[in-house]
Design a binder for this molecule. Sequence first.
Ligand SMILES: [Fe+2]
Ligand SMILES: [Fe+2]
Length: 264
Amino acid sequence: MRTIFFGDVFGKAGRQTLTQSMDRIIKEYQPDFIIINGENLADGKGLTEKTLKPLLRLGVDAVTGGNHLWDRAESLEFIRSMPNIVKPMNYPAQAPGSVYHTIEKGELKLTVINLCGQVYMPPCDSPFNVFDRWYEGFADQDSCILLDFHAESTAETRAFGWYVDGRVSALLGTHTHIQTADEEILPSGTAYITDVGMTGPHDSVIGMRKHIILEKMSTGVPIRYEASDRGNQINAVCVDMDPQTRRATKITRIRQYVSPREKI
Ligand SMILES: [Fe+2]
Ligand SMILES: [Fe+2]
């Protein structure tokens, strides 16, 4: 079975890039499941019903989060109402979002989970302990597991890859918005990449207009960020998993420039 996972879909540019590319990607890769990281859908911060619903209609099956998932106060009830929005499970129980979500298509089953790292990130519980507790109680032996590990430190993500090798079918890193070229199948069958990257405007500093970030960084004076709309790219991976063994058999990194169809 085949899954395509799109790294942090950023703002209007990211949504439009995904929208205009989805048919072509589906034709080319023929995925059974399509997952996105959606923590930056709404202007780079959080997600809303208006920004997510059109993507679900395109065929997105589930959405993972991260530290920005709850940035839009007006969307908390919407997140609570959607079982296929998966939150980092090592955040407090009160934070809206599913702890896990299993998608079933015929005989095929994929369970999606999300964890945040602790290094250079907002406070959260140990991903190691929380994952262990969840995994011990997870009874569905027929389901492959896709973990979006949302972290700043490449070392922490790499360590977590070794920690869960053989227990999840894929660990796909997100959060830095910078794609890494280290995709591989780990020895016990987990597909791994430190960061999938960002689907969105790369003529930017991780999604925000570059001149604004340069002004902030060079002067130290706070300034309001604005999402960029230039240099659009798809950053994603395609992962093949064997539903019998729940091991991954192949991971392919996708990095494509997409020229906007019209001015955003
Ligand atoms: Fe992000
Ligand atoms: Fe993040």
